[in-house]
Ligand binder design. Structure first.
Ligand SMILES: [Zn+2]
Length: 658
């Protein structure tokens, strides 16, 4: 484990709290030490209160903060005197612990202190560092873990059998250490959970952590060697995107909300999924109970029939709940958070890009730890009862309940064509702002790095090529796990020419882009939309359909054909629950097709100035891409869930249309 301490950087952090921030961030930089909100740190500081009295405070990591990005405000200042009194109690309920810890804070606006605050308080050193280091927990999760730890550390660390975190753990350690010489200890390993180190010096406490973890890592690499990876043939086989979309649908139904699915077909994930005993070792439990609220106690194992596998998983989850429940607990949703797909890697399920990222990371670390523990003689995580206790612990569940109502399109996957500008771009941004995961297709090269959001993936695609359409749709499924909403938007506005003067090239190009490309896209999307959540298609046609103008036959005819395609699609797709609706915008001038030249020509054609032409409608209003995007989002949402085959103008009112 790399020691990231840097004297020059450290010197910039003068106060103990600033140093605490510095070394906490160093710990947070290594995902092999802590991941996504895991681990916690503290520093004890004497401060004068409002009345001039000196008080000792524990600044401990606040709930909701991540060590990698923590700031001074991320530490909750709690009075040591109260924490030590709490530690001496025989009994303390979780709710009392939380209430008293909060009441003992000197700043009521600080975040809630970590549930491990009391334990930090009883460790008689100024700095305390706690991680769930992979190497250490891997060794503790084996049949012979305790003996191995003794081999590695001798008597230099205190080994604590697994106890649920919170008050009971602090009380247990308080009792164990009554007659212990703290000075003789380098740290403490909590079996199946993690490591603690301490010192009055920030650097020493941090470096003690690095040294304990490095010793465990060396032991592992000596004992396990290099883990094998699959051959090239195995890495090519096993991809079934339709089955992936079906699995995502089943998981969404069980979870009661749309989720995304992200397969991992990297070499490590594939190697894990190809293990002969993967069904057994993959489903025994997590590497640390801290992960349970993210991953549940086990993944689902997929086969040729993912829907059946997921339904069975849910049944077994309910059995697990009934076997272990007590008091008035109610069963959480029985949807798996990740899957092992033998021969095809692993899959993470989550509500948004952030959640699939977190779960994906945890899975990557978990599968590696499991393989190493197996090489050490047997992967043996905590028993079911302990895992259940943690999963249903009210303090863990409270972490998940923060954050209010979900955005309207959370977990939904939207594919938008012509996403690089105008209405398409506005659709991408409007859907993403409402929580959707978006595949933004455009012919321009820059589309792949145009959007600075984890919720949007830009995909380059020339819609004139069926092959490129197929690739782009496949990439969407691979990235988000399925498809729910297609905004078939891309279009061109060809140069005005009368029928008599029409050049075949202009006519052909308009039909290819404004009509045929939409048909090809729909054809490719249908199998995935059939597995979508409240699936829908929105076609961007034009006011030109109900009210054509002279000189634009190539455009009007293609858009009329497109509208007819949408009407037939509404008829054909209805049995699969897929809605198809059409919008007819007019005079949306902030799009790519309205160059100054085109504007001038059209205005001249009607004998108007550009300004008059822009508001040439009954409401005398200007229609923007944003207005059209809002309409399209509304059409895709629940307000229009009972509407299909409709054509909706957005044109400021046009007497020829009305
Ligand atoms: Zn912990």
């Amino acid at each position: 484990m790399k020691n990231r301490w840097n004297n020059r950087e450290a010197a910039r952090h003068k106060s103990p709290l600033d140093l605490r921030v510095y070394t906490s961030r160093l710990l947070g930089k290594d995902p092999d030490l802590v991941m996504h909100g895991g681990g916690n740190t503290s520093v004890k500081i004497a401060e004068k209160n409002l009345f001039g009295e000196e008080e000792e405070l524990l600044y401990v990591k606040g709930s909701g903060w991540d060590l990698a990005s923590i700031e001074r405000e991320g530490f909750a200042p709690v009075r040591m005197a109260t924490l030590l009194k709490m530690a001496a109690l025989d009994e303390l309920s979780d709710s009392d612990m939380v209430r008293f810890q909060r009441a003992a804070m000197t700043n009521p606006n600080a975040p809630a202190p970590s549930v491990e605050a009391i334990l930090h308080a009883i460790i008689p050193f100024r700095f305390v560092d706690h991680t769930h280091a992979d190497a250490v927990v891997t060794i503790t999760n084996t049949r012979d873990g305790k003996r191995r730890l003794r081999d590695i550390y001798g008597d230099s660390v205190l080994i604590v059998p697994y106890v649920m975190p919170g008050f009971i753990l602090a009380r247990e350690i308080g009792q164990m250490t009554r007659r212990v010489d703290w000075q003789a200890l380098k740290g403490m390993v909590l079996l199946n959970h993690g490591v603690f180190t301490w010192s009055d010096d920030a650097q020493e406490s941090y470096e003690a952590m690095i040294s304990l973890v490095t010793a465990a890592e060396r032991y592992l690499s000596r004992a396990c060697g290099k883990l094998s990876l699959p051959n090239a043939k195995a890495t090519k086989a096993g991809e079934d995107l339709l089955a992936l979309a079906a699995a995502r649908k089943s998981v969404s139904e069980l979870r009661g909300a749309a989720v995304l699915a992200r397969p991992d077909r990297g070499k490590a994930a594939l190697a894990f999924s190809l293990l002969k005993n993967v069904a057994s070792i993959g489903t025994r439990g997590p590497i640390t109970p801290d992960h349970i609220i993210r991953t549940k106690q086990k993944p689902v194992l997929l086969s040729k029939n993912p829907q059946r596998d997921i339904a069975r998983y849910a049944e077994r989850y309910r059995d697990y709940f009934l076997r272990n429940k007590h008091d008035s607990l109610s069963c959480l949703d029985p949807a798996p958070r990740w899957a092992i797909w033998p021969g095809a890697g692993t899959v993470a399920f989550g509500k948004n890009a952030a959640e699939i990222g977190i779960i994906g990371d945890i899975v990557t670390h978990t599968t590696k730890c499991i393989r190493q523990a197996e090489a050490l003689g047997g992967w043996k995580p905590l028993p079911e009862k302990r895992l259940f206790e943690m999963e249903y612990w009210e303090l863990e569940q409270a972490k998940l309940k923060k954050g209010g109502a979900a955005p309207l399109f959370e977990g939904k996957v939207v594919l938008v064509t012509g996403a690089g500008s105008g209405i398409g771009r506005a659709c991408v941004e409007t859907f993403a702002a409402q929580g959707a995961a978006v595949a933004a297709l455009d012919v321009k090269k820059a589309i792949t790095h145009e959007f600075d959001s984890a919720q949007i993936v830009g995909i380059r695609c020339d819609l004139n090529s069926s092959q490129q359409i197929a690739k782009a749709v496949d990439q969407t499924i691979r990235h988000w796990g399925g498809l729910d909403i297609v905004v078939s938007n891309a279009g061109i506005f060809p140069a005005s020419e009368s029928i008599a003067d029409m050049s075949p090239a202009i006519w052909d190009k308009s039909l290819a882009v404004n009509l045929t490309a939409h048909q090809r896209l729909l054809q490719r999307c249908i199998p995935y939309l059939s597995q979508g959540i409240d699936p829908t298609v929105i076609i961007n046609a034009s006011k030109n359909v109900p009210a054509p103008g002279p000189g634009v036959s190539a455009y009007s005819v293609a858009k009329a054909g497109l509208t007819q395609l949408a009407r037939v699609a509404a008829l054909e797709f209805a049995p699969q629950g897929i809605r198809v609706n059409v919008v007819h915008p007019n005079a949306v001038f902030d799009t790519g097709i309205w160059t100054h030249d085109v504007l001038q020509k059209r205005a001249k054609h009607y004998g108007q100035t550009i300004a008059e032409y822009k508001r040439n409608n009954l409401l005398k209003t200007q229609i923007t891409s944003q207005d059209v995007a809002r309409l399209i989002c509304t059409l895709a949402g629940p307000v229009f869930s009972k509407t299909t085959g409709a054509q909706i103008p957005i044109d400021g009112g046009n007497e020829r249309v009305i």
